[in-house]
Design a protein around this ligand. Structure first.
Ligand SMILES: NC(=O)c1ccc[n+]([C@@H]2O[C@H](COP(=O)([O-])OP(=O)(O)OC[C@H]3O[C@@H](n4cnc5c(N)ncnc54)[C@H](OP(=O)(O)O)[C@@H]3O)[C@@H](O)[C@H]2O)c1
Length: 266
């Protein structure tokens, strides 16, 4: 899909990756509907973008928020592209995570994108060219200690994307799945950044993710896993999970150290 003059709904627009995606899509001539819960940061973003765009202050985890988004999409004459980017993360060992935090992670990262997508499919179907991009994570393919709830949400999003892609194959709607690795945004706490450093995990810039997203939507591929060696580990984990299991289990003491540190500094 070429992005010039296409109408794009972007959730997570006020976040580290979202702001950069918005700027990249605006430069390509797309018309953006920017979703976030913070009106001030959406308005600041609007001022920085070339072209005419709209901000929608809405919580995707509420029915009211999703209805508001759908109404804006209809008023804008429909959308060509839905980008499910909004997300949340909490780095801690599962037994110490509260029920509320677990619910929030699954709701924000999995259930809300599903419900928003279902609501918008009829609108997308009316366009000659339409697509949905779900932004997952390397942790949507590799179960990692310290991230059990986040992994569950992103594994779910990946499964949803694959099934929906096949289900909509005889419609105009394409479904893409993008899996970034660690990216330099405030989603990652100091503890996560310190852990990544200790484990030697590389971190991408938000611009790299935005470029990968644009490349994916203009390609014929269905999915893209970012980063080397992360994409290799994803494949090894799928074929020989025991190898990745052993490697990660050896890292538990380091991972535990950083989660404990995070608890101490909370
Ligand atoms: N950063 C990474 O290392 C990394 C790696 C792989 C994948 N990802 C994925 O990339 C996506 C974007 O991450 P990021 O790094 O840009 O995170 P971020 O900077 O923390 O931004 C998160 C965005 O999600 C929005 N959001 C969260 N809950 C929401 C809700 N209930 N309703 C509406 N909007 C909500 C936030 O908006 P407001 O707070 O303004 O409402 C914000 O715009 C996420 O799905 C994340 O899982 C990130």
């Amino acid at each position: 899909m070429k992005l010039q003059n296409k109408t794009v709904l972007l959730t997570g627009a006020s976040g580290g990756i979202g702001r950069t995606v918005a700027k990249t899509l605006a430069r390509q001539g797309a018309h953006l509907l920017l979703v976030g819960r913070r009106t001030d940061s959406l308005n600041t973003l609007l001022e920085e973008l070339p072209g005419q765009h709209r901000a929608i202050t809405a919580d995707i985890s509420s029915d009211e928020g999703r209805q508001l988004i759908a109404t804006h999409c209809q008023e804008s004459g429909g959308i060509n592209l839905l980008i499910n980017l909004a997300g949340t993360l909490d780095f801690s060992f599962f037994e110490y995570q509260s029920d509320a935090t677990i619910e929030q992670i699954i709701t924000t990262n999995l259930l809300s994108p599903m419900l928003l997508t279902r609501r918008l499919i009829p609108l997308l179907k009316t366009r000659e060219e339409a697509a949905i991009i779900n932004v997952g994570s390397t942790f949507g393919s590799i179960g990692h200690p310290g991230f059990a709830s986040y992994c569950a949400s992103k594994f779910g999003l990946r499964g949803f994307s694959e099934a929906l892609c096949r289900e909509l194959a005889d419609t105009p709607i394409k479904v893409f799945y993008l899996a970034p690795r660690a990216t330099d945004t405030s989603l990652n706490s100091t503890a996560v950044n310190d852990l990544n450093q200790a484990l030697g995990n590389k971190t991408d810039s938000p611009q790299r993710v935005a470029d990968a997203l644009v490349e994916l939507v203009t390609s014929n591929r269905q999915q893209h896993y970012m980063g080397w060696p992360e994409k290799l580990f994803v494949r090894i984990n799928a074929l020989f999970p025991g190898i990745v299991h052993s490697a990660l289990v050896k890292k538990i003491p380091v991972i535990r150290k950083y989660t404990e540190h995070q608890l101490e500094t909370k």
